[in-house]
Design a protein around this ligand. Structure first.
Ligand code: ZN
Ligand code: ZN
Length: 762
């Protein structure tokens, strides 16, 4: 028997609303320790008293086996006088200490809840809303602090006696799980179709499943909004949904009931399995298996499939439990909206806006307070690369390397997300979308208010993109209310974002490659192939892709053949009839384009790397016209992915006579045209081009004389796994420290994080 001790343990991180106090209670009780646990403004305070060995064991379990949703950032202990108390208590939760509660993201149904749902002896058998402290909706149902039932959309559902008993029992898995409910006291399912038929509860589910079986389109209410679902194996059903959604060729994501079905559809490796089955349950982009039971029109021309596992109890019921009539085993699950609009999350709005899209609606009476789209990730060399950080991740904070005053960064106009920060934490919003219409702007408004309510941060400073015409920046000026608005150059923000993610405090400069489609440059040009020496305060543009004319703006983005022709023209290569983009461009348009290029009329100079990928994709005949952003580059990567580049190499020329070196792709384009005429397959040309861009990055890094050894890769072009893998491996072999995105997307969805740091530096 060792001496009795008492410790005060301060735990910092995400420990509220995630079942942390019940975990502490059960752990301490099982070790026979006395004491208490309570929340405070920065985390949780635990006092434990008992045998020293038991206290050590308690601390070990606290650090090594916290509840799945808790993020423990630090554990500090302090010895205090023993007081001889017995028993362990959870301090009253109705405290009002004004502290900051870190709200949890929405979490996929846990295994224990799933087991209850399929157990005929359990009182939650077939319950569509089963949840516990380890799982269920959070972010999308909480209106404000503090996190208790009254501030969630479960407020109107009075708990039955049995649920109330679980809710108040500190030893129970449902202790203070705010959305807890059962079939007797929880929300109920409701189905209706366009012809006025309706059904409730099990019949509602049966109607919905039968609609899916028959090839219909079902609007189904999820966690962060409505999805449109149909049988992914039914070519006709998918084609109908595609045409109703006016979706072009943009891939649909699919949902499968479990991992084994994911494995039957895509080439799941260990890392993608971890991403698929994690509590966030994102859409994971995984190479599609030949012969996958999925219609071609789910993701036309795309080598990958965006796949996610069923993550709510309702999804699980849609696929059917053991004994149910079989239905589709892979479902298209796409946002319930018309392309470009925000996702529907309100029932009346869903009935109205989805009237021409859905054949039936599976709804329920638990309201969604804020919309939240599915997150999207891909895996590169075993590391998760975020493409869209939304449901399951928002509003988990990102730790900042340097403290900042209360700040709101409004992000950029494409794939908008915003961020609120205070001190060492930044909270990024869910995905808002492209800020090109009024509904997105109003979604931005409400997301901003919600994020501010959940974080209790009152921003004193606003940070926006330097683009004078960005709607996000306009919002910042309109809503400044006397607070200062600072602007940040787009690509500087990209590089700062990846620096922040990696905990860099900004005292050392990095060499940043910011490659994307578009961003406002201070010289008025459309930047996008930028090499910056940067810290948070400042940046120096040390190299960029040579300007080519972007003729007519968006029209050249939508028609990559125009970018190919512009690049050929800039490289001094003639528009010969054997070239794919020449054939794709109608004669009249070709003549008009030539006049534009020669006179510069209606042209903006651009150094965009994204547009160079578009141009080469068109040049090799992969894609001439796009229906969604980055389609040409995505398909080009898919074509090149498995090809062997061989020994032949393409090389960019670098003109160092200017203060910022000019990267000229003319030599690369010339070599590509020669390869095309030598009948080298597009796949091989693609592999050679990707390798050339990776080589360019290494060359520029090695030439940077300041002794900078840290290279940052950011911008939407680095969603390209082939390029990212090749560039980072080559850089690492050459001895560079390479930082890439793991927490926020390399695309404009990650901009707000960088804006926070730059806007507060200097
Ligand atoms: Zn659960
Ligand atoms: Zn109940």
């Amino acid at each position: 028997m060792t001496a009795r001790r008492r410790l005060r343990v301060c735990v910092q991180g995400v420990v509220q609303g995630v079942g942390f106090r019940p975990f502490v209670y059960t752990t301490a009780s099982s070790l026979g320790l006395a004491g208490s646990v309570r929340n405070d403004s920065s985390g949780a305070i635990v006092e434990v008293e008992g045998d020293a060995r038991d206290i050590d064991e308690f601390l070990t379990r606290l650090r090594d086996r916290p509840p799945p949703l808790a993020v423990i950032e630090s554990v500090e202990t302090q010895q205090i006088p023993v007081n001889g108390g017995t028993g362990f208590a959870i301090a009253d939760t109705s405290r009002t200490d004004g502290g900051r509660t870190l709200a949890s993201p929405d979490v996929a149904m846990c295994d224990e809840c799933a087991a209850e749902q399929r157990d005929p002896r359990n009182r939650r058998y077939r319950h569509a809303f089963v949840n516990c402290t380890n799982c269920g909706p959070r972010f999308t149902i909480i209106a404000s602090l503090p996190y208790d039932r009254a501030s969630t959309t479960m407020a109107g559902f009075a708990m039955c006696a049995e649920c109330a008993r679980e809710y108040t029992d500190p030893g129970n898995r449902r202790f203070h799980a705010q959305p807890v409910c059962c079939p007797n006291c929880g929300p109920t399912l409701h189905y209706r179709d366009g012809r006025g038929r309706s059904a409730d509860r099990e019949s509602a589910l049966n109607e919905a499943r039968s609609l899916l079986r028959c090839g219909g389109v079902l609007a189904v209410k999820g966690i962060g909004g409505y999805h449109l679902a149909c049988d992914a194996g039914n070519e006709r059903a998918v084609a109908v949904l595609r045409s109703r959604k006016r979706r072009g060729d943009k891939p649909f994501a699919v949902m499968v009931p479990d991992l084994s079905m994911a494995r039957g559809t895509t080439d799941v490796d260990d890392a993608s399995e971890r991403s698929l089955s994690g509590p966030q349950r994102p859409i994971v982009l995984i190479p599609r298996l030949p012969g996958a039971p999925v219609a071609d029109s789910v993701a036309p021309h795309n080598p990958d499939l965006g796949v996610m596992l069923a993550y709510t109890p309702l999804h699980r019921l849609l696929f059917g439990l053991p004994g149910d009539e079989p239905g589709p085993s892979v479902l298209v699950m796409t946002s319930g909206n018309i392309s470009g609009e925000p996702i529907c999350f309100d029932d009346d709005d869903a009935l109205d806006r989805l009237a021409d899209l859905a054949d039936g609606w599976l709804m329920h009476d638990r309201a969604i307070l804020v919309p939240c789209d599915d997150s999207v990730v891909r895996v590169v060399d075993g590391v998760e690369l975020p493409i869209r950080r939304s449901r399951g991740y928002a509003p988990l904070p990102v730790a900042l390397p340097v403290p900042v005053p209360p700040t709101l960064a409004v992000g950029a106009d494409l794939k908008n997300t915003m961020a609120i920060a205070d001190g060492r934490y930044a909270w990024l919003s869910q995905h808002i979308g492209d800020m090109d219409n009024l509904t997105t702007l109003s979604a931005f408004d409400s997301a901003q208010q919600h994020l501010q309510a959940l974080t209790a941060v009152a921003p004193e400073l606003l940070v926006a993109d330097a683009h004078p015409l960005y709607r996000s920046s306009g919002w910042a000026y309109r809503n400044a209310a006397g607070r200062p608005v600072r602007t940040v150059q787009h690509h500087h923000a990209h590089i700062a974002a990846v620096m922040a993610e990696h905990g860099l405090d900004g005292s050392q400069r990095v060499l940043g490659f910011a490659f994307d489609g578009t961003g406002y440059g201070p010289d008025g040009a459309v930047w996008g192939g930028e090499v910056l020496v940067a810290d948070y305060k400042d940046y120096q543009r040390v190299a960029h892709l040579k300007y080519v004319p972007l003729a007519g703006g968006d029209i050249s983005v939508l028609r990559p053949y125009r970018m190919a022709l512009a690049h050929l023209w800039a490289a001094g290569l003639s528009w010969d009839d054997d070239l794919a983009p020449v054939q794709a461009c109608p004669g009249d348009e070709r003549r008009a384009l030539m006049r534009q290029l020669e006179t510069g009329l209606g042209c903006a100079p651009t150094s965009s790397m994204g547009r160079l990928f578009d141009a080469v994709s068109a040049l090799v005949g992969v894609r001439q016209v796009v229906a969604y952003e980055a389609q040409a580059a995505i398909e080009f990567e898919g074509v090149a992915r498995h090809a062997d580049a061989g020994t032949s190499t393409y090389a960019f020329e670098i003109d160092r006579s200017q203060p910022a070196a000019e990267i000229d792709p003319a030599g690369v384009l010339k070599a590509i045209v020669a390869d095309l005429r030598a009948n080298v397959p597009a796949a091989v040309i693609g592999a050679r081009f990707h390798r050339a861009v990776a080589d360019l990055i290494v060359d520029l890094a090695e030439a940077e004389v300041d002794g900078i050894r840290t290279v940052a890769l950011s911008g939407g072009v680095f969603q390209n796994a082939l390029l990212l893998r090749s560039a980072q491996n080559s850089l690492r072999r050459t001895g560079f420290n390479v930082i890439t995105h793991r927490l926020v997307p390399p695309n404009d969805g990650g901009i707000a994080l960088g804006q926070l740091l730059v806007g507060n530096a200097g």
